[in-house]
Every structure is written in C-alpha cells, then in structure tokens.
Design a protein around this ligand. Structure first.
Ligand code: FES
Length: 159
C-alpha cells in the first residue's frame, strides 16, 4: 500500500490528451508535406556528358588513316577527299565495332557484321550502315565531332 507522502503522477485530462495527439498528427502531416514540396521544387535535370568532343588537330591525322576514339565510340577517317566521322556502334544490337587495318574494314565482334570505311554493311545481320556524324572545327583549329548529330552518308569535311 502506497504511503501518503509519495508524489502522485501527473494527471492529464482527456481533453489535453486529445489536443496533444491532434497537434502531433498535424506536425507530422506538415513535415511530410514539406518533404513532398521540397522534392517537387527540386529541378529535374539530367546532367549528361557533352555529346561533342575534341578530336585533335586535322594535321595530326594522315591521309588514309583511321583514328579510333574508344571512349566516344567514334572513328575519325581522313581520306584524300576529306574527313568523315563514323559511329562505332553497330547498327544490329549496339556492340562496339573495331577497325581492322589489315583488312581495311570495320568489324563487329558480336555477330560478325562488317562495314566499309563509308559505313556500308558488307556482311552480317546489321540492318543499316553506321551513322555518319557531324564534324566542325574549334576556334583553336581542332576537330570537333558531335555524336548526337547525324549527317547524311557521304558528308565529307575539308578543313
Ligand atoms: S551487334 Fe554487331 S552484328 Fe550484332
């Protein structure tokens, strides 16, 4: 049996309990709305790498040579008539092709498609030619290839 001098626990009325519970619920709802609002206001921007890249000075590429830009998946080809840039992505299922200098062809290691240096399909399941890409010259005189801009086959650049 408790002694009479022992302190009594604080008593909270039903009204105070309901009010406190309601206040807590409102605070939680406001916090949730704040999170949703902050997420809504955050800009939806995808930061992707630039599609154009510097491919070096034109004079560094000899006539009749093919320079492979592995990271960008592009061939820069210089022939007597000028420069061209071809995508190295196979038009069959997207494997990365390889230039074979001994045979002067571009070959896909996945299913055997082969392409000429004009990008035309020689053999294999590739449904169409390799993409020709836009080239330009930077202010400093370097070649620029834009992998996002396709140009008509046969587009040759003289710099
Ligand atoms: S992905 Fe190149 S031949 Fe299939």
């Amino acid at each position: 049996m408790p002694e009479r001098d022992e302190p009594m626990p604080p008593v909270i009325s039903r009204r105070d309990f309901v009010a406190a519970t309601g206040l807590a619920a409102c605070a939680m709802a406001a916090a949730g709305a704040g999170v949703v609002l902050a997420d809504f206001l955050r800009p939806r921007v995808l930061f992707e790498p630039p599609t154009a890249f510097l491919a070096g000075p034109p004079d560094a590429i000899e006539v009749g040579s093919v320079v492979t830009h592995v990271e960008q998946r592009v061939y820069v080809i210089r022939l007597a008539e000028g420069f061209r840039a071809l995508s190295a992505v196979c038009t069959h299922l997207g494997c990365i092709t390889r230039f074979q200098p001994d045979r002067n062809i571009i070959a896909c290691p996945c299913h055997g498609s082969q392409f000429t240096l004009a990008g035309d399909v020689v053999t294999g399941p590739a449904p169409r030619a390799l993409r020709w890409l836009q080239m330009s010259l930077s202010e400093k005189g370097e070649l620029i290839v834009d992998t996002a801009v396709e140009v008509p086959a046969g587009t040759t650049y003289r710099f």
